[in-house]
Design a protein. Structure first.
Length: 179
């Protein structure tokens, strides 16, 4: 074997080593970078469907459209302690299984009407595991918070005012009629 062939083969092997991991990787990844939370793309989809169920899209964008589910993941990742994060992830993993027990179908495979009834049953808390309740209440709170702090909500639904209330008018004429 001469030196040229060896260098060609090494270059091809190096290129293959760089390209191969991108060909084999899981296509369903989380769309945002999380530092401390280990969730999959399927978990993100479950959370997005829950957001869509809680605040559905009508003539205005829903919670999924304004990415309230991603806000939820970031808040859990950045603002919760390790024990609470573990409970959240454990509850998220058990959420789909609990939905299968209640209705016979997973939350992600259910129709929008079935998802609404599943959420109503989880709200009641009948036959729901404690981890699932913890996950649901944390996710619900952050989804609502994410939606109400989104750019769409603060510009179109309830425009944000830096100083709420009536505005002070310093140079206004005083009425001469006593009240």
């Amino acid at each position: 074997m001469n030196r040229r062939q060896l260098l060609k083969q090494l270059a091809m092997a190096g290129t293959a080593a760089l390209i191969l991991p991108s060909c084999i990787s899981d296509p369903k990844k989380v769309s945002i970078a999380l530092n401390n939370l280990s969730v999959t793309g399927n978990d993100e989809e479950l959370l997005a469907l829950l957001a869509e169920t809680l605040i559905p899209e009508t003539d205005t964008p829903g919670a999924r459209t304004v990415k309230a589910h991603l806000f939820t993941l970031v808040m859990v990742d950045d603002c919760m302690d390790t024990e609470s994060k573990e409970k959240f992830v454990k509850g998220m993993k058990a959420f789909d299984e609990n939905c299968k027990k209640i209705s016979g179908t997973s939350f992600t495979d259910a129709s929008p009407g079935e998802r609404s009834s599943l959420v109503a049953q989880i709200e009641k808390g009948d036959g729901v595991a404690e981890d699932v309740k913890t996950f649901y209440h944390i996710a619900r709170g952050y989804i609502i918070s994410g939606y109400t702090s989104s750019e769409f909500f603060l510009t179109k639904i309830k425009p944000y005012q830096l100083i709420p209330g009536p505005h002070f008018q310093g140079c206004a004429p005083v009425s001469t009629n006593p009240a």
